[in-house]
Ligand binder design. Sequence first.
Ligand SMILES: *Cc1c(COP(=O)(O)O)cnc(C)c1O
Length: 425
Amino acid sequence: MDHFSDRAGRLFAEEVDLAAIAAAVGTPVYVYSTATLVRHFTVFRDALAGLVSPAGEAPLVAYAVKANPNLSVVATLARLGAGADVVSAGELARALAAGVPPERIVFSGVGKTRAEMAAALTAGIYQVNVEGEAELHALSAVATALGVEAPVALRINPGVDAKTHAKISTGLADNKFGIPLDRIPAAYALATSLPGLRPVGIGAHIGSQLTDLAPLEATFATLGELVRDLRAAGMPVERVDLGGGLGIPYRSDQPAPPTPADYGALVRRATEGWNVRLLCEPGRMIVGNAGVLVSRVVTVKPGDARTFVVVDAAMNDLLRPSLYGAWHHIRALSPDSGTMVATVVGPVCETGDTFAEDRTIDRVSEGDLIAFMTAGAYGATMASTYNSRPLVPEVLVDGDRWALVRPREEIDAQLAREAVAPWLT
Ligand SMILES: *Cc1c(COP(=O)(O)O)cnc(C)c1O
């Protein structure tokens, strides 16, 4: 459910005509809907309502900043009470700048540097999710040097097949993430013994765009057994982080993924009697449907075998199709009711710069505006300047108002960041 809709044959974001934004800002441009962000966050939070900790705390919904780190997006969610799951010092700085209180920030990631650990501990974040024994030693050293105590949760690798795309599966034994299950009790004991660490719990995140709850159910069962085993061994477990990963509908011709309510029911069932504070790290589920990428048709080019629609967005603006073979619904902003079979490509000099192959789309011609739907997650954040294309701008809509929340990068600014070696001038 999102707030992009047709009004008299034109695609609107809430009360704003997307063509008006394209005219003002140019294309390509990402447009996000506040109402959709609010709705998705609220639906997710409400699905977990009542699951309070022994101290009466509601679950911490730590939005995975990497899905869409735009400051205005994070600030919108922070105002609703969201926390942040960050995976770098940059995301930590963003979350803080967007107004997420440190006590709602969780730091995840498989390769935190000591400088990043120090930044997180200095900020006083809620929890560091640790992914290995060596990281425990490093974090202990950093915390001790700073004279603080680091709240630590261990990320387990449950050895579960998340049944998603191989590049976004993270819970298999041979994925780089987490600590193998059989080493968790010893690692937890190690965390208890090292100075500067306060072990608070465990967590898991098995992958992204999960369309089947069974792997999550298996993972939660494993987490539940661990909670019991650790406690039986005399170790305190106050929190369990259930990770993110809930899939969203990209294609209307495929079965709908589980809803937040389905997920909430599973969490309710699986975590009964745990007596912990729950944490979740949803990313895509919150922002995916809240964004579109608006682009203009540069030319329509008949080939021998197929018709190419060349648009002004490219793989550097929206990488998911070339990286994962991901599908984004493509539509005209003002469809004329005709259709065509087209291969939609960007102008970048790579054959992989393809958004859709031989797909039936709204009939378009040169100059028409199109939208890539469901582009709010892992869209702008993965953009690059490949082919010396300026970083794509971003707009936030709220009701009938909108704001340019990241302007298009100027090519001069891109050049100004570089230096010609002195011997070449
Ligand atoms: C990417 C990631 C998430 C968010 O995943 P989504 O599929 O966007 O919900 C949550 N936690 C961790 C540790 C991640 O790496």
